[in-house]
Design a protein around this ligand. Sequence first.
Ligand code: OAD
Length: 245
Amino acid sequence: METLEAVLQALAGRLRAARHVAVLTGAGISAESGIPTFRDAQTGLWSHFDPEALASPAGFARNPALVWRWYAERRVKARAAQPNPGHYALAELARHVPRLTLITQNIDGLHQRAGSPDVIELHGSLHRARCMADGSIHDTWDYDAELPHCPDCGALLRPDVVWFGEMLPPAALETAWSAAIECDVFMSIGTSGVVEPAASLPRVALSRNATVLILNLEQVTTARPPLFTINGKAGEVLPRLVAAV
Ligand code: OAD
């Protein structure tokens, strides 16, 4: 079996030669910043509610104040958290390759705070709200209001996140597919890869002969080049990989 160091060196060589690197991240990369995953976050008070009540259009229509309380708590926790070495390593990697497309399923904003530019947010952001009437996007709102309203038209605001049963933002999805098709190296980091498009993007990249890395705390799949897998913590593995590039 190859050592981690040997795998990192092989990947670093491919990253050095790459013209376009695509990276897809999930909840795992923020775990080391103390951000619970959606499922882990449903503890304590929130354990009585099913995900549909807290994160679906029907749940919001039934009880918008409850949904806003849930997202307000998550937003405050995300603000209090700090990016970890995994987030910083990806921001650093972007400075060493001609082109890097960073796609995330996370809504915590930690990649941006680590200095990554142009992050493609597939599932929206905790740090934005959207007007229910005209779809306008707001970066700030009345955080103390039980039900925040649009400063422009007075309609109800909703969190600018993707809920169960909703489409992903088409432009973000299109960018993610194009990156998977065009890239030379695709890295999937800290995602269980069970929901779309996280499940398909690495396969698309592989089918186009890209080098693919799956980095996850748990054993996800067996692999041989051009598919590499590393079982480990993103915050420990990514800084070593980027240092080797
Ligand atoms: P999951 O919670 O499904 O998976 C997180 C993955 O990260 C798991 O496979 C863990 O083994 C792995 N992991 C945990 N800690 C790690 C670490 N330190 N380093 C590396 N890997 C680690 O989260 P996602 O795959 O992001 O969607 O979930 C995808 C989507 O499913 C979410 O965005 C959410 C949910 O339904 C919406 O809310 C629309």
